[in-house]
Write a protein that binds this ligand. Sequence first.
Ligand code: GTP
Ligand code: MG
Length: 199
Amino acid sequence: MNISEARFAGSSTRVAGKPKRLLPEFAFIGRSNVGKSSLINMLCRNGRLAMTSSTPGKTKVINHFIINDSWYLVDLPGYGYAKVGKQGQEELKNIIRDYIHNSEELQMLFVLVDSRHDIGSTDVDFIAELGENGIPFAIIFTKCDKSGPNVLEAQIGRDREILLRDWESLPPMFRSSSLNGSGRDEILNYISEILNSTK
Ligand code: GTP
Ligand code: MG
């Protein structure tokens, strides 16, 4: 799929405040600093679309980006960032929950996982909640440029084992790097298939 136009379409903290024009949405979630905003920029080939930062906790609201005037990429705040305090974490959780449970246009939630570490309990618990609520999701391993191919595949193998403790089958999985663009075609093709199937 070709992205010919990507524009910021608005920020919100509750689903009621999302852009009024209702179109299919594809959202990105994961631990703070995992690379959600960078991935959106990589997919759109626009380094300045979503704000990124080396300090965790950058994205604190829901940001909609309208793509080709026909669907949205949605940048969600990260979960599991201790420094915002208990109350801050609760508020971020409320923003995330309200969106994933109530946004009827959400087609697919991409759960981003850092490809360098074992998938953590925060991610495993979050994914379990998605399963319980029937929210469609796929996994994207981020920052794949940081490991060699053997180390990367071994790590993903461990993550698959961890997930298979809870799940009978695994969701679609993608490998990505916002630095070198790997995974871009696969993720955009997957989105394109979903868009075509809902037409
Ligand atoms: P919050 O909004 O704070 O939840 O973070 P986020 O998940 O949006 O992460 P963000 O995209 O801001 O990236 C966090 C840091 O990781 C930045 O310093 C990025 O440059 C870096 N980063 C993100 N993706 C990649 C990647 O694929 N490869 C490498 N090497 N660095 C990456
Ligand atoms: Mg962000």
